[in-house]
Design a protein around this ligand. Structure first.
Ligand code: CS2
Length: 492
């Protein structure tokens, strides 16, 4: 039997499930980028809110839009959009059925025209998890008008990017004179609400619609948020574990996630689900502190573990963080570099760093280095270069950042030689590979050419020459020595 509403009464009793009448759910939220992260995070808090609010909560059903492929839509449709969340504790797994998704659609499907969906007056919240690369930003956090997908959407009435959907949907609302929804960015981007707002305004201005821009600036809210839960790609193992937990009821789209859950949301006005019903959700007046701690200490360190780990033959974050050498380097990086500019007490930073290493080592979470290493050129500025720049200015260590950047360049150099055993997904992959090809044996020239990409690294670092030399020297050693030997020396 396949998981669906009809199957719910046959589930084992220990499987947690929605406490409301699923047939009464109506759409109140449009979510752009409905992948595993959303399904393990905001959709779970929305279910908790509906459970708490009872009948009143039924208006918060989610319309989930997938941006890149219709696969998930096709898998969830026969399941009435129900799926299993496998919460991976270090020693056991708990299964819950999530039923807050009311409908699913794929951006590329002209029949489900998303700007029109967005303009439905019932939709009071439009949330987004399209990843940092889905906003097409420069290192300064402004819209990159040269990005192919943006150029296409600027002249299209069938937008495929989140920015295009937002702009066209808001234009319909303005024309009709109805109330716009709140736009809730849930991506790991610095000042995510304000940044998205600016990107939408940039997009609208490039379309030449200044009146719409002025209206959006005056009437549409873009609160900041910080989201945190590690939720890897679904594996065959997850599908098997769900089948066992549901005692033979088959789910083709389960997800797994760690127990940790954090959602910090800045102020906004208007109706919303009572998301605080889910532990770990908090409304605060300023998200900045939480956001910076998370972007640098978690996401930045993830990058180090992914890039250095994969080169040392450690293919998951748990393997990399559990490696005595790399684990030590990462712990030091988190606490003595990536804490730059974060206004928490020493004790709070110690606790946060300790929790992070425990989370990274969770053996139940199979988070592939290849996946975490994706889109490095988009992630570098906020997560690595900003603290690195501040550390250089303050005369603090930048050893971890140097290693991270050298390992990242090495991924492209190996890829260019067809010697990397991983897919390398990055919007700038071709340019970065070419740099490696042109300066094949000159590590300093390679590093210099990477840093010359201001859209990735921003303006030159303080002591730029010295940093280029230091990174080039690690890069050379990565090509000449065994990686574990180098890590052993750096961990000392
Ligand atoms: C990861 C994040 O791939 C990445 O960039 O660092 O997806 C990370 O797992 C989440 O932000 C955790 O909240």
């Amino acid at each position: 039997m396949r998981l669906s509403r009809v199957a719910l009464p046959y589930l084992p009793e220990n499987v947690y499930r929605p406490q409301y009448d699923l047939s009464g759910l109506t759409p109140g939220i449009l979510h752009l980028g409905c992948g595993n992260f959303h399904r393990a995070h905001q959709a779970v808090a929305t279910q908790a809110a509906i459970n708490l609010e009872g009948k009143d909560g039924l208006r918060w059903g989610i319309v989930g839009a997938t941006m890149r492929s219709p696969t998930l839509v096709e898998r969830l449709r026969p399941q009435d959009n129900l799926y299993t969340l496998l919460t991976r504790l270090p020693d056991r797994t708990a299964a819950s059925i999530i039923g807050s998704i009311h409908a699913m659609s794929f951006t590329g499907d002209p029949l489900s025209y998303l700007p029109e969906r967005l303009a439905d007056p019932q939709i009071r919240i439009v949330s987004l998890t399209v990843t940092a690369s889905g906003y097409y930003l420069t290192a300064e956090g402004r819209l990159d008008p040269q990005a192919d997908a943006i150029r296409a959407d600027l002249i299209s009435e069938y937008p495929r990017t989140a920015l295009g959907i937002l702009a066209l949907g808001l234009a319909i609302i303005r024309e009709r004179g109805t109330t716009p929804p709140v736009i809730l960015c849930c991506d790991n981007v610095s000042n995510n609400g304000a940044t998205l707002r600016q990107a939408v305004l940039d997009f609208v201005s490039l379309r030449g619609d200044d009146a719409l821009g002025a209206w959006i600036a005056a009437h549409v809210q873009f609160p900041d948020t910080m989201v945190d839960r590690i939720a890897p790609t679904t594996s065959a193992n997850d599908v098997e574990d769900a089948l066992a937990a549901l005692e033979g009821i088959h789910d083709e789209a389960p997800i797994s996630a760690e127990p940790w859950f954090q959602w910090i949301i800045g102020p906004f006005e208007g109706p919303r689900p009572h998301w605080e019903a889910h532990p770990g959700t908090k409304f605060v007046s300023d998200v900045g502190l939480f956001e910076r701690a998370k972007l640098q200490m978690l996401n930045g360190s993830h990058m180090l573990l992914a890039y250095a780990g994969a080169l040392a033959g450690l293919n998951t974050i748990a393997e990399a963080a559990s490696d005595p050498m790399l684990g030590r380097i990462a712990a030091r990086f988190i606490r003595h570099e990536q804490d730059a500019g974060i206004g928490l007490s020493a004790q709070e930073l110690d606790d946060y760093a300790h929790d992070l290493m425990e989370r990274f080592r969770n053996p139940g979470i199979v988070h592939e280095a290849e996946r975490v290493g994706r889109n490095g050129s988009v992630k570098m500025a906020d997560r690595v270069i900003r603290p690195m720049r501040e550390n250089l200015e303050a005369g603090r260590s930048v050893n971890g950042a140097r290693l991270l950047i050298a390992c990242w360049i090495r991924w492209f150099a190996l890829h260019e030689q067809d010697a990397l055993d991983l897919a390398l997904a990055d919007p700038r992959a071709n340019v970065l590979r070419k740099i490696c090809a042109q300066a094949r044996h000159d590590h300093e020239a390679q590093t210099e050419a990477f840093f010359a990409m201001e859209e990735v690294f921003g303006p030159p670092l303080p002591q730029h020459e010295k940093e280029v030399k230091a990174i080039a020297s690690i890069l050379r050693r990565l090509t000449e020595e065994q990686v574990p030997t180098l890590l052993q020396e750096l961990a000392a």
